[in-house]
Design a protein around this ligand. Structure first.
Ligand SMILES: Nc1ncnc2c1ncn2[C@@H]1O[C@H](COP(=O)(O)OP(=O)(O)OP(=O)(O)O)[C@@H](O)[C@H]1O
Ligand SMILES: [Mg+2]
Length: 584
């Protein structure tokens, strides 16, 4: 994961979370009130103990007085327990709500992005943001905030009580405290760093397992099981080693804190004891002082820990801010009350396109009218056919004046409105581990069973589905592993046909179908799409010869356009026809 630049102002970053704080002010207010009351109640207990010890040491204690005092201590302890539950529930609950709101926002934002964004950000990066960064922000806004308020209230109140007993003794007892702050700051910094490493290694491990399982057929095909096993074993070992380092630092943190606390206690015993002997303070005050000192150790540790939590929270907030600042590159116009109507669906005028910052154009100076009817497109691999299909779907940005949808510049049209006019079957079929029916109805979840069947018949997949156990309710496995390549392609086609949109773009999605079935599929498409526009990318002459017009691309340029017979004059097309006839 790349580190964000630290230039974004902290106020800009806080704007991401402050509205959520404001929205839940009542919840937070009650939570912090409970927290502060707990702190004060805890500070009262040593006062009771002081009274009891003083009464005992002077011999004035009665059993009823002791009973009363212990009853009071019990009561305070019960109230403290109850209030602790309340603040935890309210404040930690708030931090979870905050995390959810940020996660929702992130998800919505990522869904709005276009393919160039997903070429810049890997899935791993996005998943890390959704887990590690949100977690760090949740910790900072939950436990971090609690610990800082708690430390502030506890330490100042404990200090006041201590100072009231003896100023000199307080100063002496505080001597080792800066050391405690420094040690926790350093150690918890190390701990966070190590902890991040552990998390990174855990994601490497899970990602490796995922990638292995997804490509299990390939691994078996190349007999790589042992190799994968060894790599998995090595990754697991690294993970354990990192975890042991975390355990070592955790193991150091508490003993060091206790050690420093005990040094303070030693100083207190030595100098405080002397004060008791000289009768400058009572034994009760001395005992109370010891309790206050114990209460001061946790806030001193918390200062170092909270500083690290806050730092991590801000870094994560910065990363999230950077992600949320990304904007789609494909421009979008306003939605029209009624989409424009014109017989020609698309016009390309000197359409030139290059991916991202690349200077090499993938399409150059392309003039083309698409629709109505069945238009074929073919050309060498890498000649730009899929790129053109993606541009029609507005996946990548195009300059003004190059691409028109029914006479309107696409940059002035609403993306959603335009995409709703096109059904698209990509070069690789995307299927889900769900039933066949749900896979077909993906683009139109409200479709009836009869409509789904009709679409499957048009895509010539119905007969295959009837042979599966469960028929349309059969589950097809992850990414459709239980289907053949040709079945997967026809299922994806049925999905597009069911959407019943004015234009259908099929990007080489009939390549794995035999000649017989291919003919059926074509008939199905032609029957369903009367009066509509179909752009059919294919390398198969048998498919192309049915087209009203065929466009031949080479290196991003149109080299020929016409019917099958007319194109036979072109050497590339002629060679393709001859090769396929010989193969047949
Ligand atoms: N996302 C991308 N970023 C950068 N370059 C790309 C991207 N997608 C495709 N290209 C490049 O654009 C060129 C055209 O690719 P395209 O997928 O349009 O070819 P095609 O005609 O569909 O080929 P095929 O017949 O093999 O499917 C290729 O040189 C390819 O390397
Ligand atoms: Mg392609």
């Amino acid at each position: 994961m790349t580190e964000p630049s630290p230039s974004t102002k902290i106020t800009t970053l806080l704007r991401l979370v402050l509205p959520i704080f404001r929205e839940h002010w009542l919840r937070l207010g009650c939570g912090f009130l409970a927290l502060i009351v707990v702190d004060f109640l805890q500070l009262i207990i040593p006062r009771f103990v002081k009274t009891a010890v003083d009464a005992l040491s002077t011999g004035a204690a009665t059993s009823s007085q002791l009973l009363e005092l212990s009853g009071a201590v019990c009561l305070v302890a019960v109230i403290v327990a109850l209030l602790r539950f309340i603040w935890r529930y309210l404040i930690i609950g708030f931090s979870r709500i905050l995390e959810k709101k940020l996660r929702d926002r992130l998800f919505t934002h990522v869904l709005r992005m276009d393919p160039p964004f997903f070429e810049r950000w890997t899935t791993g990066d996005l998943m890390a943001h959704a887990s590690n960064d949100l977690n760090a922000i949740q910790m900072a806004c939950g436990m971090g905030l609690v610990a800082s308020v708690d430390a502030l209230v506890m330490s100042s109140a404990a200090l006041v009580f201590m100072l009231a007993i003896s100023v000199k003794l307080t100063l002496i007892a505080l001597l080792p405290m800066p050391l405690l702050i420094i040690c926790t700051r350093i150690l918890s910094g190390r701990l966070h760093h190590r902890f991040n490493l552990v998390q990174e290694q855990f994601s490497l491990l899970t990602e490796f397992a995922r990638a292995t399982l997804v490509s299990i057929r390939l691994i078996k095909g190349y007999t790589l099981e042992r190799f994968q096993e060894q790599r998995f074993h090595a990754l697991g070992e690294q993970y354990v080693r990192s975890n042991l380092k975390v355990a070592a630092i955790q193991g150091l943190l508490f003993p060091i804190a206790t050690l420093i606390g005990n040094i303070a206690m030693l100083l207190l015993l030595y100098y405080g004891g002397a004060l008791v002997i000289e009768s400058q303070i009572s034994i009760g005050s001395f005992v109370a002082f010891v309790s206050y000192l114990y209460m001061l150790i946790w806030p001193m540790m918390a200062i170092g820990w909270v500083a690290n939590l806050a730092q991590r929270g801000v870094t994560s907030l910065r990363r999230i801010h950077r992600l949320l600042s990304e904007q789609p590159t494909v421009s979008t116009g306003v939605a029209l009350a009624a989409p424009p109507v014109a017989p020609t669906v698309y016009s390309c005028r000197s359409l030139t396109f290059a991916y991202g910052a690349s200077v090499r154009p993938v399409l150059s100076g392309m003039d083309l009218e698409i629709g109505p009817g069945l238009m074929g497109m073919t050309g060498r691999t890498g000649s730009g056919k899929s790129t053109l299909c993606k541009l029609l779907l507005r996946m990548y940005p195009v300059a003004d004046g190059m691409l028109y949808f029914r006479g309107q510049d696409v940059n002035q049209l609403s993306q959603d409105q335009l995409r709703q006019c096109i059904a698209y079957v990509g070069q690789e079929s995307v299927l889900f581990a769900d039933t066949i029916a749900n896979n077909i109805a993906f683009g139109r979840p409200e479709a009836t069973a009869a409509e789904i069947e009709a679409a499957a018949q048009a895509a010539a997949i119905d007969a295959d589905i009837q042979t599966f156990t469960g028929g349309y309710q059969a589950i097809i496995g992850e990414r459709g592993v239980k289907l053949s390549g040709g079945q997967r392609q026809r299922l994806a086609l049925a999905r597009a046909l069911l959407c019943d949109r004015p234009m259908l773009v099929i990007d080489d999605a009939l390549s794995a179908i035999d000649v017989e079935t291919e003919h059926q599929v074509l008939q199905g498409i032609l029957a369903t799409l009367q009066g509509k526009t179909v752009l059919l990318v294919s390398h198969r002459v048998n498919v192309l010869r049915h087209c009203d017009r065929i466009v031949l691309l080479d290196a991003g340029r149109i080299v020929e356009q016409g019917r099958h017979q007319e194109l036979l004059a072109n050497p590339f097309y002629q060679a393709m026809v001859e090769k396929q006839q010989n193969d047949a």
